[in-house]
Write a protein that binds this ligand. Structure first.
Ligand code: CA
Length: 224
């Protein structure tokens, strides 16, 4: 899924249409508000982000996307009407993967989209961990129990990620606490137990994959 954030209807429709005829699923989005509503429902593979938008502009939206762990890995192509070098640099510094200046040809546009997807999806393939029916996609911040999407908090996700990266290895409560909450966290190891409990619940059928090692900590899978 590709989100096309563009307030000018003609351009938006043209982008969605062009992507559609090239075999991509795309959705036209009018502004930042609508974008964030859609992100609640689905994390796309790519966002095309216009800079001049009603309400928040593209730069402000880019900054928000990069700050939020659930959206910061989404590749972004900035679409700009401004030729000024300043804008390009600013967008790329802010974490955009590419930019394209209006007006652009559709061939060039599709080539850019494909290039960014190629670059970013290669990474995504490297960063998916599996354990039986459980899969954790690090880049997309996506957890699946079979086909069911599991919504996790940031800490829960980081804990699951750490367990999956160390499949078959017992992780002590202290180690988990240190890794997820940081050295300075003045909490008790019981915090880990509480988070493991909610994590197991949310994972449903896959929750039982997290094994309690009495007196030590937790482990996921047998590492085979
Ligand atoms: Ca615009």
């Amino acid at each position: 899924m590709i989100y096309c954030v563009e307030d000018e209807r003609n351009i938006r429709e043209l982008l969605v249409y062009t992507l559609g005829t090239t075999g991509f699923e795309a959705k036209g989005i009018h502004d930042g508000k609508e974008l964030f509503e859609n992100l609640e429902k689905e994390i796309p593979d790519l966002i095309l982000l216009d800079i001049m938008l009603p309400g928040e502009d593209g730069y402000a939206i880019l900054e928000k996307l990069k700050k939020d762990p659930s959206t910061r890995e989404i590749p972004i192509i900035m679409v700009t009407a401004k030729e000024a070098e300043y804008d390009k640099v600013r967008g790329l510094d802010g974490g955009a993967d590419d930019y394209i200046t209006k007006p652009f040809g559709m061939m060039e546009f599709i080539a850019r989209v494909k290039a960014v997807l190629r670059r970013t999806q290669k990474n995504a393939e490297d960063k998916i961990f599996y354990c039986e029916n459980l899969s954790v996609n690090i880049d997309r911040h996506e957890v699946l129990d079979g086909k069911r999407k599991v919504e996790l908090t940031y800490k829960e996700f980081e804990m699951l990620r750490y367990l999956m990266e160390n499949q078959g290895i017992v992780l002590s409560r202290d180690r988990l606490l240190e890794r997820i909450w940081g050295y300075d966290f003045d909490g008790e190891t019981r915090t880990v137990d509480v988070h493991i409990r909610t994590l197991r619940q949310k994972l449903g059928n896959s929750g039982s994959l997290i094994e309690t090692i009495r007196g030590v900590g937790y482990r996921i899978g047998d590492g085979k």
